[in-house]
Every structure is written in structure tokens, then in C-alpha cells.
Design a protein around this ligand. Structure first.
Ligand SMILES: C[S@@+](CC[C@H](N)C(=O)[O-])C[C@H]1O[C@@H](n2cnc3c(N)ncnc32)[C@H](O)[C@@H]1O
Length: 205
């Protein structure tokens, strides 16, 4: 695993409250809408890639979804989410991994990524991410991904990020994926500043 990246994220999650980080949301509204739009059965395997301490897994568990996984490079983030969920944590697969090296033990019907892909500014890292996605996604699988928009902040968590509109984000995934939905969101951070996000929902053809 890339230890510099892991050290960065473990430091973030051990020094900041989970509701104080810029990407914190009380309600992952667009994630839930776009996941619902995929119309998957409750037993469909779903993975939140770079899920960190997001409340998305809590919301999906509350829907009685039974095949949820959360992957993150930060063990501290995953530990925080597990502690928050208590007994519910046992119903989730927790994967400490760098997505660029992820060797999935199963395939998923939906791959969710909010604000992780945009950290991959090196084309080789994006290629590694796409290879992991291909290893982990079922045929006709769905992808829900959000990045900073073209007019989003230059950096996130002190790291450079790449910026996308819906067309360029779809372009990263390629023509094997159909673009089914695109959204623009203005996320309000806990300190009140605005961040423009691009969301797409894709499906493997
Ligand atoms: C900006 S946060 C977003 C967290 C979460 N998706 C959310 O919306 O609240 C980025 C997350 O990606 C994780 N991350 C960053 N690089 C990663 C990588 N290469 N592999 C796996 N996780 C990574 C971080 O630890 C962090 O939890």
C-alpha cells in the first residue's frame, strides 16, 4: 500500500472530528437518490469506495440492504464507522485497502465513490483505479461517482485534485459505460463554504 497516502488519511481521521471535515454530510442525499435509481434488490452487493466515516452505510443498512461493503485506505476511518454502527457493523464488509491495488474477493452490482477518484491526478493511478473497478464490478454493474466540478476547489484535504464535468468524468470511465444520470451539486462544508461537485451514474453496457 502507498504509505504516504495512508499516513495522510489516518492523520486526518485521528486529528479531526468526523463531522468537521470539509466533505461531511448529515444526509448523503444525492448518493441515496442515485443508488435508488439503479433499482437494485436489497441483497445486491454494493461497495462504497473510499467511504471513510460517511453515513451512507448507515442509511443503506437502514434500508435493510444486506450486502454492503466499505473500502478505505484509512483504518482509522473504518474503525470510527464501525464503532458508530455498533452491532450493525457486523452486517458490513470492511476493507482496508488502497483502491489502486484493490483485489476484490467478490464482484459488486454498484460501486459508489464520493470524492475519491478526484485525488488521482496521475494517469497511472487512474488506470489502476479503472483496473480495480473492472475486477470488482459485475456485468451490467452500476457506478455512482462524484468529484469536484470544473469550478470546484483546487484542493481537498490539502491534496491536489482533478476536476471534471459530467462529460469528462464519463470519458474517464469510457464508452463501455452508459451515462444514465448527471448532477451538479453545491456542497456546503461544515464551516459554511461552498464546493461544486459533479455526479454521474453510469452502467456497464
Ligand atoms: C474526501 S474523503 C470522502 C469520504 C467519503 N466518501 C464521504 O463522502 O464522506 C476521501 C476518502 O477517500 C479515502 N481515500 C483516499 N485515497 C484513497 C485510496 N487511494 N484508496 C482508498 N481510499 C482512499 C480517504 O481515506 C477518505 O476517507
Amino acid at each position: 500500500m502507498n504509505s504516504e497516502t495512508q499516513t495522510h488519511w489516518n492523520r486526518v481521521y485521528t486529528t479531526k472530528a468526523t463531522d468537521a471535515v470539509s466533505w461531511y454530510q448529515v444526509q448523503p442525499k444525492i448518493s441515496l437518490e442515485l443508488i435508488a435509481a439503479a433499482k437494485l434488490p436489497l441483497h445486491a452487493p454494493i461497495i462504497d469506495v473510499g467511504g471513510g466515516a460517511s453515513l451512507l452505510v448507515d442509511c443503506l443498512l437502514a434500508q435493510d440492504r444486506s450486502a454492503l461493503s466499505v473500502l478505505d485506505i484509512s483504518a482509522s476511518a473504518l474503525a470510527g464507522a464501525r464503532a458508530r454502527l455498533g452491532a450493525g457493523a457486523a452486517k458490513v464488509g470492511w476493507i482496508e485497502a488502497d483502491v489502486r491495488e484493490f483485489a476484490p474477493a467478490q464482484r459488486y452490482d454498484l460501486w459508489h465513490d464520493r470524492a475519491v477518484f478526484h485525488f488521482l491526478t496521475d494517469p497511472a493511478d487512474r488506470a489502476a483505479y479503472m483496473a480495480a473497478l473492472r475486477r470488482g464490478l459485475n456485468p451490467r454493474g452500476h457506478v455512482v461517482v462524484a468529484t469536484f466540478a470544473l469550478d470546484g476547489p483546487p484542493r481537498c484535504s490539502g491534496l491536489d485534485v482533478a476536476h471534471y464535468d459530467a462529460a469528462s468524468l464519463h470519458g474517464q470511465f469510457g464508452d463501455d459505460f452508459a451515462l444514465l444520470d448527471a448532477r451538479r451539486e453545491t456542497h456546503i462544508t461544515p464551516n459554511g463554504s461552498e464546493q461544486a461537485f459533479t455526479w454521474v451514474r453510469l452502467r456497464l453496457r
